[in-house]
Design a protein around this ligand. Structure first.
Ligand SMILES: *Cc1c(COP(=O)(O)O)cnc(C)c1O
Length: 386
């Protein structure tokens, strides 16, 4: 089966990991800070803070922005559960915003109308988490403008978007946000095995993120309640977690980062071949913003179901039987039983509903060969014409 996404591991990546295994530190050594610095400078942000995953990074980001009991966090209806669970971990609740039909990103018009209604009820969100769906950047300056009016903080869930550009700015520069979170899970654009990095331009937030990641412990005299009594001394000054990334993971991530731009170019080459092959098919092709750059984590087509004799399920089953590992991104969050108490109704999110009905994610990853891409193209043409 050709998977929808797959890591691309080089000999250099393997050598980098082996060097750590042979070194003095497997964790809390020099590689994590070097990786954090490399991500921050790649993005043009002042600080990078590594985490065990994007999920732990999102939890930390909500916590350091003060999300707690009684607060509400908003995110896109069409995302992975982690974009919303971070609010629940903090004892807060979440609510959703509908997405754009073409890009699957948070719909700014819908955001604005929900904000204006929430404002009159005194139920404004403390934090809004736009998700750069499939690696295509959200309209961040518009979200930022709304944050000035309605007074919320912004966390970018950039799990799909390392290497993407919003206009001239690298996603992660935090030009229009407080904190950006990247994921380095193997299915994402580059990988550290498991892992995530938060970027921010705010030194106080960076310091808090670091403490949250490591038990709430500090050795910094500026934050300690008592003077140090000896070289062993440290203080836990708040409740934190062990959300650290190991040096083994950071070595893989650092090595991958060197090939990031190359991998994104390859994703674009493959996407252009798909675009060209599918012009005459009854599908909507994914849009790509021509002022910025998509990281192209996913290539999501939407079926024109009224021009096709099959259902989406039949299309997916036929493709699977031909060895094409297509997938669907995402099940709208309100379908998950765990969130049923939040009383989020499908009718409030018509575009997320429609995208969910029509979407199919095709295989796209840098190591995909022309032959494999040919198979996907041939299979989709065959399935849609039958
Ligand atoms: C993958 C993903 C996450 C979680 O990333 P992990 O590193 O696996 O914790 C969060 N949000 C979105 C949108 C994702 O796709």
């Amino acid at each position: 089966m050709i998977p929808y996404g797959r890591q691309d591991i080089s000999q250099d990546d393997i050598d980098a990991v082996v060097r750590v295994l042979e070194s003095d530190w497997l964790t809390q050594g020099p590689i994590v800070p070097a990786f954090e610095q490399a991500i921050a400078s790649y993005c043009g942000a002042r600080h990078g803070v590594a985490f065990s995953s994007a999920t732990s990074g999102l939890h930390a980001a909500c916590a350091v922005l003060g999300v707690g009991k009684g607060d509400i966090v908003w995110t896109a209806a069409n995302t992975f559960v982690a974009s919303a669970n971070c609010a629940l971990y903090c004892g807060a609740t979440f609510d959703l915003v509908d997405v754009g039909l073409e890009d699957g990103n948070i719909n700014v018009t819908d955001l604005e109308s929900r904000l204006s209604k929430a404002s009159s009820k005194g139920l404004l969100p403390k934090v809004v988490i736009p998700v750069h769906f499939a690696g295509e950047p959200c309209d961040m300056s518009a979200v930022y403008e709304l944050s000035r009016t309605y007074g919320f903080k912004i966390i970018e869930d950039a799990s799909h978007a390392i290497g993407a550009k919003y206009g001239e700015d690298q996603v992660g520069s935090c030009q229009y946000s407080d904190i950006t979170i990247f994921s380095f899970h193997p299915v994402k654009v580059i990988t550290s095995g498991e892992g995530g990095v938060a970027t921010t331009n705010d030194s106080a937030l960076a310091e808090k993120l670091r403490r949250f990641r490591s038990h709430g412990i500090t050795r910094d005299p500026e934050f300690m309640h008592h003077a140090s009594v000896g070289p062993w001394f440290y203080e836990q000054i708040e409740l934190g977690y062990n959300y650290r990334m190991s040096d083994i993971h950071a070595a893989l991530g650092s090595s991958q980062l060197r090939r990031l731009d190359e991998m994104i170019s390859r994703r674009h080459e493959l996407a252009i071949s798909y675009d060209q092959a599918f012009v005459d098919l009854p599908v909507e092709l994914p849009v790509r913003n021509n002022t910025g750059l998509s990281a192209l984590h996913l290539y999501v087509i939407r079926l024109k179901l009224d021009e096709i004799k099959k259902t989406r399920l039949e299309v997916i089953k036929s493709l699977h039987s031909l060895g094409i590992g297509v997938n669907v991104h995402y099940i709208p969050l309100y379908y998950h039983p765990y969130y049923s108490g939040l009383d989020l109704r499908a009718t409030e999110f018509p575009v997320a509903e429609r995208r969910y009905r029509e979407s199919v994610t095709l295989p796209l990853f840098p190591k995909m060969s022309e032959t494999d891409q040919g198979k996907v193209i041939h299979a989709l043409k065959e399935v849609l014409s039958a």
